[in-house]
Design a protein around this ligand. Structure first.
Ligand SMILES: [Zn+2]
Length: 132
């Protein structure tokens, strides 16, 4: 029997006893019990979210740049460390083949491969020099 059904059953018995003071106390206690049930439900939901967060925290790999990866990913996906640190959201970064990345949510930018990015810039400069 659930809390609400139990309260209804007791209310029927108290109503038959025709005791207004007792009935008022039952209403007050019922209200408190339902408030406590709501708090329990909210805490259970919060506990579930915290466990999910902790599960992810244990799988996160930090890097020198502002991105994170998940240890168990066979092909690493780059996630925004700023979005994770401020909002606990895993937001996939847009990783460019040139070696840099950007977050579409917070505009976090950086380099997952600085060497690759330098080569890209060097090649761009060389290409520009050819046409000058
Ligand atoms: Zn972000």
């Amino acid at each position: 029997m659930g809390l609400y059904d139990g309260i209804k059953d007791v209310a029927k018995v108290v109503q038959k006893a025709d005791n207004i003071e007792l009935y008022q106390k039952l209403i007050d206690l019922s209200s408190q019990a339902l408030d406590m049930q709501n708090k329990i439900n909210n805490l259970a939901e919060e506990n579930k979210r915290l466990k999910q967060k902790e599960d992810i925290i244990n799988k996160i790999l930090r890097h020198n740049e502002t991105y994170i990866t998940i240890k168990e990913d066979k092909v690493p996906i780059f996630y925004c460390s700023c979005c994770w640190d401020t909002q606990n959201k895993l937001v996939q970064l847009i990783a460019h083949e040139e070696g840099d990345y950007i977050c579409n949510i917070c505009n976090n930018r950086g380099y997952y491969d600085k060497e690759k990015y330098r080569e890209y810039i060097d090649n761009m400069q060389n290409d520009n020099n050819i046409y000058i």
